[in-house]
Design a protein around this ligand. Structure first.
Ligand code: AMP
Length: 221
């Protein structure tokens, strides 16, 4: 199965995508995580992307397309994937469709996680991320057991450089400009389902799993 999770920054796409990937035994492809890894390792891609990321802007489509192509060339994606953070605009959606059709496949399901602005800003400005395994915590909503340390791997918890209030507002603005055409694109293909991500994480996850199961069953018919 090939599933896309769409939604504003802070909708919980990353957390949901990780759990869903585990549940369905599929790779989780987070374009944000791949970019952050490249920034950390100071690769050419990382150097080219860093400024855009720090400003809350989109990394140019061409760089993203090349990055995704390389990821799809890895064999684990043959059985499917959970895509998180891509596409961000119509051009990227068309690139994705092209890359997949070259592999005689297509997206099966697109889940849109809808969230209100207040919830987003509160979630992101309080978010803590493990510097080692990328697990997410929150200062108030989900504090780690030991202050500053990841529950799973004891790695250092940091605030992402683009999780400041100013950058979050810019990321939201960029997101709002691009999302409508993207939603229309997948709605027209009858692949789009909307869920409220303001609800409890586990409840949202169970709804996504249900959608994936229904979609998977219909593929077998
Ligand atoms: P995320 O972790 O998905 O919130 O992404 C963090 C940042 O990485 C974004 O604000 C963008 O600067 C960049 N980024 C991630 N995915 C994409 C994408 N599909 N297209 C362009 N930029 C992206």
């Amino acid at each position: 199965m090939r599933i896309i999770l769409l939604g504003p920054p802070g909708a919980g796409k990353g957390t949901q995508a990780k759990s869903l990937a585990q549940e369905l035994n599929l790779p989780h492809i987070s374009t944000g995580d791949i970019l952050r890894q490249n920034v950390k390792e100071q690769t050419e891609l990382g150097k080219a992307a860093r400024d855009f990321m720090d400003k809350g802007l989109l990394v140019p489509d061409q760089l993203m397309a090349e990055m995704l192509k390389q990821r799809f060339n890895q064999t684990d994606t043959k059985k499917g994937f959970i895509l998180d953070g891509y596409p961000r605009n119509l051009n990227q959606a068309e690139t994705l469709e092209r890359l997949l059709s070259q592999r005689n496949t297509d997206i099966n399901l697109v889940v849109y996680l809808d969230t209100s602005d207040g919830v987003i800003i509160q979630r992101l400005t309080g978010r803590l991320v493990c510097n080692v395994c990328a697990a997410n915590f929150h200062i108030k909503n989900m504090p780690p057991k030991v202050k500053g340390a990841c529950d799973s791997c004891s790695g250092e918890l940091i605030q992402r450089s683009d999780d400041t209030e100013e950058t979050v507002k810019m990321r939201l603005e960029v997101y709002k400009k691009e999302i409508s055409p993207l939603l229309e694109y997948y709605a027209a293909k009858k692949k789009l389902y909307r869920l409220s991500a303001d609800e409890e994480q586990d409840l949202v996850l169970s709804k996504i799993i249900h959608l994936a199961q229904v979609c998977n069953d219909s593929l077998k018919v």
